[in-house]
Every structure is written in C-alpha cells, then in structure tokens.
Design a protein around this ligand. Structure first.
Ligand code: UDP
Length: 236
C-alpha cells in the first residue's frame, strides 16, 4: 500500500504528494480548469477522473510501445502513482494541423494539415506566459543538454506517431498536443499527462472539437466531449 504524505506541488489541474517511497509521488487530478494563462477559471465536472483514466491508459500504451514514461500505476479514480522526476522546464508542443496560437500568430484559419509534424518549445514560466523559445535557448540557459534535447524531440515525435494512429482508429484527429519531460535517475522520461486539457482532438466525421477549446471558447458540451474521448479510447 502506498502511503500519501505531504503535498509538494499544486498546479492548475493537478496536485503532487510525496509517498513513503522517495522515488515515487502521487499525481492527483482536479476538476479545475483554467485558460488564457489562468485569466479564465472554471471547473469541468469529473475532469480529474477522466484525465486520470486517459493518461493512465495512454501512458501504459506508450510504455508498451517503447516510450519511457513516469507512469507506475493507477491508484484510484483521481490518483496515479508516478516516478518522481525533476521536470525539464520546457513544454514541448507537437502539431499536425494548423490551430490555436500558431494559426492566430500567422493570421490563418485553423484546420489545414501540416506537411509534416512540427515540434515547438515553450519556456515553462507562468509569470512570463510560457514564451515560445528556440532549441538554442534551451541549451544556452542550461534547461537541457543537446543530447537530452535530441531524446526529447525523438520521443515527442514517436509519441505523435503512436497516438496519431491510436486516435485515428477511434475516429479522432490528433491536431496538436503538449508534453512535458523529466529526469529520473539520469534518464529523460515522459511525465505530466496526456488529456483533452493538453491536446486538440477533433471528431473525424463532424470536425467537432472534443477538447479544452470547448471550455476556452465557450462552445458548451465540455464534460460530454471529454467523456466521449474516454469512451472511445478507454472503452468506458
Ligand atoms: N497547451 C497546453 N498547455 C499550455 C499551452 C498549450 O497544454 O500551456 C496545449 C494546447 O492544449 C494545444 C497545444 O498545446 O493542444 C498547442 O497550444 P497552442 O500553442 O495552440 O496554444 P493555445 O492557443 O492553446 O494556448
């Protein structure tokens, strides 16, 4: 039995607790939702339960396919046991379809397929609004080494290849997503989560959004969309 000890971190959507094993922490998923650098706040009923279920399912799938992750096991509805990593302060975004901030920046409509996946890096700093950075910035500020960055980029593209196929098999277009990586005993592994909070998922038939953009843009049917993603991917 894993013993939950003190809280070590509370973010917008998750809480981390120490455990009696120094190498493992509990990642707890909340229903709180924020957007636009926390200027918009709300809750999405049972989001924590759904994101825990999806992340557990997808990280297990990724592990089986050779991607190293922090996932150890699901403990209950809202908690999973994960390896205690030191997070690389760089958010890695992979895009397959033009959408969100990139579409806005370029003054283009959302929805065109990119000829190949694009990997972008953002410096993880809420006070600065997570500014976009270049790989050279990661190196010059010492956030990761060249070899770690190579590992991160290759892992992000592998995750993209695997999840593109998986979502496609369930009628979902994987538009873009954000990943975070951490160091565990000297090795770079995938950490954090994969959920509709951190990805864009469009229904292949209707084109309907099934992700946090429903909350960001007040499109309604937020819980229902998250639930439908869980139903298709996890079969429940
Ligand atoms: N994303 C995220 N956390 C962030 C910023 C972006 O999870 O702090 C995800 C977002 O949900 C989307 C992808 O990364 O799936 C690309 O986001 P984008 O740069 O388009 O920014 P947005 O317009 O969503 O803020």
């Amino acid at each position: 039995m894993t013993k939950q000890l003190e809280k070590i971190y509370e973010g917008k959507a998750k809480i981390l607790y120490l455990t009696d094993n120094p190498d493992q922490v509990i990642q707890h998923f909340k229903d709180d939702a924020t957007a636009f650098n926390a200027q918009k706040r709300g809750t999405i009923a049972d989001k924590g339960v759904m994101n825990n279920m999806l992340t557990a399912h997808l990280f297990e799938f990724l592990e089986k396919n050779g991607v190293k992750t922090h996932f150890v096991k699901k403990l209950n509805d809202r908690d999973m046991l994960v390896k205690k990593v030191s997070i690389v302060p760089v958010e890695v975004v992979v895009r397959n379809v033009l959408a969100g901030s990139l579409a806005k920046k370029l003054g283009k409509d959302e929805g065109s397929q990119l000829a190949h996946p694009v990997v972008e890096y953002y410096y993880k700093d809420d006070a600065l609004g997570d500014p976009m950075i270049m790989p050279d910035h990661v190196l010059v500020f010492g956030w990761a080494t060249q070899s770690e960055l190579d590992t991160i980029r290759a892992a992000a593209l592998r995750v993209n290849g695997l999840l593109l196929e998986l979502f496609k098999n369930h009628g979902i277009r994987l538009v873009d997503f954000k990943l975070e990586f951490g160091r565990f005993k000297g090795e770079i592994i995938l950490a954090d989560e994969f959920s509709p909070d951190t990805s864009r998922l469009w229904d292949m038939e209707s084109g309907e959004k099934m992700d946090k953009d429903r909350f960001r843009r007040d499109l309604g049917k937020v819980e229902e969309s998250y639930r439908e993603v869980v139903r298709r991917i996890c079969g429940q």
